[in-house]
Design a protein around this ligand. Sequence first.
Ligand code: DHB
Length: 368
Amino acid sequence: IAQDNTFKIGLILPMTGQQATTGRQIEAAARLYMAQNGDTVAGKKIQLIIKDDTSLPDATRRLAQELVVNDKVNVLAGFGITPSALATAPIATQSKTPMVVMAAATSSITQASPYVVRSSFTLPQVSVALADWAPKNGIKKVITLVSDYGPGIDAEKYFKDRLTFNGGQVTEALRVPLRNPDFAPFLQKVRDGKPDALFVFVPSGAGAAVMKQFLERGLDKAGIKLIATGDVTDDDQLNDMGDGALGVVTSHHYSAAHPSALNKKFVEAFGKANKGLRPNFMAVGGYDGMRVIYEALKTTRGQGGGDALLAAMKGQLFESPRGKIFIDAQTRDIVQDVYLRKVEKKDGQLYNVEFDVIKDVKDPGKAK
Ligand code: DHB
């Protein structure tokens, strides 16, 4: 039972280090959501407590413990990378604190604690769509290149299995370290392997480096197409990647160019509040995660503990800037549309322009 009229959200994010853009995007989105929806809900004053875990899971765990024990937060949220989310899951379980995962995207995270609810996406969810698209578009022989940890391994497996099912072939599966990756030797291998396409997953913030080295090594000129999850053509970086990025096809759940009225308003308000910054898929995960928390607080009229809040998070269905989304009550994972997009120039800016959609995609990682 809350001791005062404050409702505390402990938002743990990488604000510095390799994943800092994730923290910057999610913090900005959470603040925008609060500016638009007020900081009083069901008679409670919302307090956002932001902690920088520098994306080191030991720090995430320690901060989560302090937030629960000392600050007595009502909800834990954020989690820029999978290891940070996995490190916190046991604390959510023990303290019966809902844990809203706004960024991390390995399928298994929701299974690490019954208190996890996800507002981001999963790598299986988006990778399968690209493996359906590729063979219909002349891409049969593919080399995969992924960051060597949870989401990368999910992307590699679900892309490969579906491509193989569709009659294509993954001829080599390359994994590159998460920390300080050097893509050059891997891209040289890709060049020598002469696939129809290279499929890439790297986390948000690393895409520009892959794009730069792909072009510098002349892989495009050698006739190798780059295809990827939308983490690579990240809206946070895309516009600075240059015209070499034009034509790259990706699959993902959010594009800043998504042509809905709600998204246009979101992109404009986000830019206005943040010196023109373009929101990326991390921002939309943070924005929607705040919505999930606010609505749960409204439903429980500010009276519920962790279990009541969790119950009120399950089954939420609403329109997000990305499209219609649903928190599956069974899995606590997000069900959403997945888009195929191509990098194009619009008004002199590079965007991921959506050209096809697969509706209501559940995480394929949950189906046995
Ligand atoms: C994860 C992190 C990312 O930055 C991303 O784009 C996808 C997944 C993760 O660690 O789960």
